[in-house]
Design a protein around this ligand. Structure first.
Ligand SMILES: NCc1[nH]cc(CCC(=O)O)c1CC(=O)O
Length: 313
């Protein structure tokens, strides 16, 4: 077992490298003597950076090359932000481990203003996430929302250049990159319901690689796994593809799971939301049932508009 080497396929953005190195150090701490190497890769998503993600094929662009490397045996595992992991996996691969969640909230980042409420009428806010856009617009229809892409450092420099009055980023990403001081306020789940899996890191590998799966087992965090399972079941039932105006967030207290979800029109004109409470063992079915309730309450029509590219923004 100790002469085993684990190779981690990773993108080279600072956040992807942080996540890969986090898993590398956790694995080495759990298994003294185990060798763990990073296999840095470039994905299509890294190359096509100027087009809104929804138009170029979505988040899958960032994971395909990593998955091919695992299937070809050039790498053993890939580490993902759970919110970027597509709902389906290629044959032979699967998500086997979910690590402990970092702060799941969204962050309000600005150089002049301390909070969303402080933004003057007509301020320009940067985010390309339809989920963030619809929730911002619902609360503040006066704001001007502009697309904002690139990795976390790029987004912050566009804010600093004066292109935006404020931007919204995930708290987790900023913390991991040592940029916590840029957070003016964390938005509560009531202000902006987080994305499926936000703040959690997951590990994908070949399902028949039992040695690797056994080595990964101690990195799993039970509470996070239950929460993310409920959130992902919700998303799966909604067929939430690449870029979607869906928030899905679960909290677990003892055995009590509380799942909240919303689907909104990107222009903030409509929003359907709901919640479910139940025991942890029912995480999956709670997610599916909540999704069905939202679909029946108008989410189906909202999502159809978004998928057909007709939704006003
Ligand atoms: N969509 C990009 C992305 N994917 C994961 C994170 C970091 C937070 C996380 O792990 O959920 C970010 C940056 C952001 O949304 O600000």
């Amino acid at each position: 077992m100790l002469d085993k080497i684990i190779r981690i396929a990773t993108r080279q953005s600072p956040l992807a490298l942080w996540q890969a190195q986090y898993v590398q150090s956790q694995l080495m701490a759990c298994h003294p003597g185990l060798q763990v190497e990073l296999v840095p890769m470039v994905t299509k998503g890294d190359i096509i950076l100027d087009t809104p993600l929804a138009k170029v094929g979505g988040k899958g662009l960032f994971v395909k090359e990593l998955e091919l490397a695992m299937l070809d045996g050039r790498a053993d595992i890939a580490v993902h932000s759970m919110k970027d992991v597509p709902v389906e996996f290629p044959e032979g691969l699967g998500l086997v481990t979910i690590c402990e969640r970092e702060d799941p909230r969204d962050a309000f980042v600005s150089n002049q203003y301390a909070s969303l409420a402080d933004l003057p009428h007509g301020s320009i806010v940067g985010t390309s996430s339809l989920r963030r856009q619809c929730q911002l617009r619902q609360k503040r229809p006066d704001l001007v929302i502009r697309d904002l892409r690139g990795n976390v450092g790029t987004r912050l420099s566009k804010l600093d250049n004066g292109e935006y009055d404020a931007i919204i980023l995930a708290v987790a990403g900023l913390k991991r990159l040592g940029l916590e001081n840029r957070i003016r306020t964390a938005l509560t789940p009531e202000e902006c319901l987080p994305a499926v899996g936000q703040g959690a890191v997951g590990i994908e590998c070949r399902l028949d690689d039992h040695i690797t799966r056994e080595l990964l087992a101690p990195l799993a965090h039970r509470e996070t796994t239950v929460r993310v399972e409920a959130e992902r079941a919700m998303n799966m039932r909604l067929e939430g593809g690449c870029q979607v105006p869906i928030g899905s967030y679960a909290e677990l207290t003892g055995d009590n799971l509380w799942l909240r979800a919303l689907v909104g029109a990107p222009d903030g004109s409509q929003m359907v939301s709901g919640e479910r409470r139940g025991p942890a063992a029912e995480a999956y079915s709670m997610g599916v049932e909540l999704a069905e309730e939202l679909l029946a309450n108008g989410a189906r029509e909202i999502l159809q508009e978004v998928y057909q590219g007709n939704a006003p923004r």
